[in-house]
Design a protein. Structure first.
Length: 336
């Protein structure tokens, strides 16, 4: 499931040969719609889950544990099959030309730490990895409980309330820079069970901002632009044998510079997504376990592009996707 963005060219059948070499006179055009869609899917998979009840750990308290997040993706879409690496042939080691069987879920496993500082302030750290990829994720959370801890009197009937800001980013792949920022609000109410355990249900809302940028992509990986050109240097004044002054590559006799045009980047992606959170946590002494489901408020094909206000993902609809990303997460840890 690693990225293979070099396959996402609008004219891929005509700009390169089957072995990945460039076609003279043809320039590969990045398929920006497909890039938007694949960033949309992976962005939701690495987004902060905000899997916390509204009540903080309190002054001096902290919590450490392991979380698994599982997000549905449009695995039947062509952009997902072409834009992810797939498995190499186990016998010959030849790389796959496409990923014919992407999984229906993207998984992310993280180690998570929460630390309270009093006055309703709490910070959190998360470090994780995505199986079947080289993606490593990391990020932090900052939460403020604006109403928490009341047990008696009229305030004791009200739920705890907290707001949070979170960020997650990835490393491990040179093809994509992906960062997701989340702003969330949560209502929860702890319920004491037999004076030994605490059951805490919560409901929340989360607004996500997805920032995706591509690295420099060689759309014809089967050919070296330097070799096909027979590169002898840039066209700059004062260099013997270099005509012109625009800095373009100068090729040896019989060479051609056309493949230099096939190293490109995709347009930056700026998306906003919204989802509802429903969670349940149980704590017994120091042991704590929990689960949460996350459901889109709007269909993923109606995600808002901040550059164009309300861009509809035609690529999603053409692929038969037009789906929402449903996600759930599980957590187990220790609360001190």
């Amino acid at each position: 499931m690693d990225f293979a963005l070099e396959r996402l060219a609008e004219n891929g059948d005509t700009c390169r040969t089957e072995d990945g070499a460039s076609v003279p006179g043809q320039t590969c055009i990045p398929d920006n719609d497909a890039f938007v869609s694949i960033i949309n899917q992976f962005g939701m998979a690495v987004a902060p889950t905000s899997m916390y009840p509204a009540r903080t750990t309190g002054y001096g308290g902290f919590e450490i544990g392991v979380e698994g997040a599982f997000t549905t993706i449009n695995n039947d879409a062509d952009y997902m099959k072409q834009g992810t690496r797939g498995q190499s042939d186990s016998t010959t080691g030849v790389a796959a030309s496409s990923n014919e069987n992407p999984p229906p879920l993207l998984q992310l496993y993280s180690v998570r730490l929460r630390k309270g500082f009093g006055y309703g302030v709490e910070t959190g750290l998360a470090f994780g990895f995505m199986p079947k990829t080289s993606i490593i994720s990391g990020g932090l959370d900052l939460r403020i409980a604006i109403f928490e801890g009341f047990r008696d009197g009229i305030p004791g009937y009200f739920p705890d309330i907290a707001v949070a800001g979170s960020v997650r980013t990835i490393t491990g792949t040179p093809q994509v820079q992906l960062t997701v920022v989340g702003i969330s609000g949560v209502l929860s109410k702890p319920i004491t069970i037999a004076e030994t355990g605490v059951l805490t249900p919560w409901v929340g809302y989360q607004h996500l901002f997805i920032y995706g940028d591509s690295g420099v992509i060689d759309f014809t990986p089967g050919e070296s632009a330097l070799q096909s050109c027979g590169f002898v240097g840039p066209s700059i004044p004062g260099t013997p044998g270099r005509d012109g002054d625009d800095g373009s590559p100068t090729c040896s006799e019989g060479g051609t510079a056309h493949d230099f045009n096939n190293t490109r980047t995709f347009d930056p992606v700026r998306l906003m997504r919204q989802r509802l959170l429903f969670g349940l946590n149980y704590r017994y002494e120091i042991l704590t376990v929990g689960g949460q489901v996350m459901a889109d408020v709007f269909n993923s094909a109606r995600a808002i592009n901040s550059d164009s206000e309300a861009e509809i993902f035609d690529a999603e609809k053409d692929a038969g996707g037009n789906i929402s990303n449903f996600a759930f997460s599980l957590f187990v840890g220790a609360h001190f």
